[in-house]
Design a protein around this ligand. Sequence first.
Ligand code: ATP
Ligand code: MG
Length: 403
Amino acid sequence: MKYDHIIIRYGELSTKGRNRKGFVDRLRRSIKKALHPFPSIKIEATRDRMYILLNEEPVEPILEKIKGIFGIQSFSPAVKVEKDLEEIKKAALFYVQDIKEDIRTFKVTTKRADKEFPFDTDEINHSVGGFVLKNIKNLKVDVRKPDLNLLVEVRKEAVFLTGRVIPGAGGLPYGTSGKAMLMLSGGIDSPVAGYLSMKRGLEIECIHFYSPPFTSERSKQKVIDLAEVLSQITGHMTLHIVPFTSIQTLIQKQIPENYSMTTTRRLMLKLADKLREKNEALAIVTGESLGQVASQTLDSMFTINEVTNTPILRPLITMDKNDIIAIANELGTLEISNRPFEDCCTVFTPANPKTKPKRDKVNHYESFVDFEDLISEAVQMTETLHFSSKAEKNKSNEDSDLF
Ligand code: ATP
Ligand code: MG
């Protein structure tokens, strides 16, 4: 006896009306990608569920992979058997035995779509429940709030048993919300912001501003490692590394020290917006959290944000640092982010950056400096790297420029 199906429940995506087919297709693609190491599985999609048909694959590693796929509310391993009461009993015992460490009470609920089956629902519930009780010690029936509600679905073609409900990652299938550019620093916050926006269905490309020799190869490597972790989530990731030294140097020379951080952020945002346009994305994601540092006060955001009317998505805006750290830890980026490094901003951060920078002031200071040529040059000199997860790499060798 073994699990031969996994039932996938969509959750929120079921409410998407006409777009539903697109959502289901995307989810199917995400599943196919995540289960790439198991090429013989098949996926069947219906209006409100998906079935993964297993051959000889072990179920647990597959369940583990499904846990990370966005757009899944919950999923359950299932067993398919002949329409025979003895077979149903055996399958029920297998199912309960497999998870008996996690349950103390259970009940059996039968749904009989095939009215020709010779036993009615009560008869099936009793006889299957009785058989399980007789064979497993210390298990009790609880019809109100059982740890396991073992579902027996009697259909025309066969009988399906299921009941163990595993929570999915939630969110929306990757790519169903469009594309955005993530401003990825080497810090703790921005990778978490990227993860949360991917979870909400956004396709992400990363942008990093790099200022050698003020920041070292090590800090670049850090960002590369972070992008690589993000690539594991959905199978691929793009990272644009923008040379920022000449702009940064000009800012240091020409902008009063207490406004240099504000101008730095404005120019980063301007550049990010140019790359966004070039790569046909519709938003910019940052790791900002309200009031965390001088550049993240409301006054700062108001003044920095002036350079674009592109939507800036800030998934962490209301989150406390501890909550962000917890997600980073779970995601596997915390350790990388915590490596010591020089961020181009830390190197240039003045002792007293303005926490309440004003638009008219910064515009006045910037009006004496021509950044345009340097901005175009930075866009031109941007280096683009592509990452793919290990599974993807095995699939195709044509991605030879990938890490
Ligand atoms: P993080 O932990 O993400 O670095 P932080 O708390 O250090 O955030 P800041 O350094 O003020 O905050 O950066 C705010 C946001 O600006 C970052 O979350 C990131 O989205 C963006 N950012 C900062 N520095 C860079 C950089 N060098 N390249 C790309 N984006 C950056
Ligand atoms: Mg930072």
